[in-house]
Design a protein around this ligand. Structure first.
Ligand SMILES: [Zn+2]
Length: 176
């Protein structure tokens, strides 16, 4: 079983050390996520790699996997939303510094030289939630469909010419 992540980290120190942190994060204390989900008491697995971009900017490259239960807006039953994502954030110290980055780069504003991992991960989890949670196919939908099942009128067989791959070969033999 993987270990728990630390509560807070000093990212610039970890960048100098080129560290990789991994572990799991309990979802229960993530209050913003809890508001939007349906009893999330599981964990997500996180890996954070500390380093610098090609141009020397301090950055954290992260990946996370796990799932949270959401309420399906169609059948009102639980639907698991699976996370499996990687992302990269450039560390800056102010909004002004973030504004200087290229539009492709996303920034994380570091306050007092530290990052609360919970906030860092929760922000990304919130960004990844679907606007409307839905099963691909709800069980109740399937049940309702079965109840009202009527055999469809068979589609008229389409008259596409079936190509016999040997037809041309046959012709060659016939020509001989
Ligand atoms: Zn559903």
């Amino acid at each position: 079983m993987s270990k728990r992540l630390p509560i807070e980290i000093y990212p610039y120190r970890l960048i100098e050390q080129r560290r990789i942190l991994n572990g799991r994060l309990n979802l229960k204390p993530l209050s913003r996520l809890q508001e939007l989900t349906h009893h999330s008491d599981g964990y997500v697995t996180v890996e954070m790699t500390f380093g610098r971009t090609d141009t020397g900017l301090p950055m954290i490259s992260s990946s996370l996997s796990g799932s949270v239960p959401l309420l399906c807006q169609r059948c009102m039953h639980t639907v698991d939303h699976v996370f499996n994502k990687t992302w990269q954030l450039i560390l800056v110290n102010s909004d002004a510094e973030a504004a200087l980055l290229s539009t492709d780069d996303e920034a994380w504003i570091v306050e007092d030289d530290k990052i609360f991992i919970q906030d860092f991960i929760e922000d990304e989890l919130l960004l990844s939630l679907p606007v409307v949670a839905k099963h691909k196919q709800c069980d109740v939908d399937a049940a309702a469909q079965r109840a009202s099942f009527k055999p469809e009128t068979p589609q008229r067989a389409r008259k596409t010419e079936t190509k016999n791959p040997f037809a041309s070969l046959k012709k060659i033999f016939e020509d001989k």
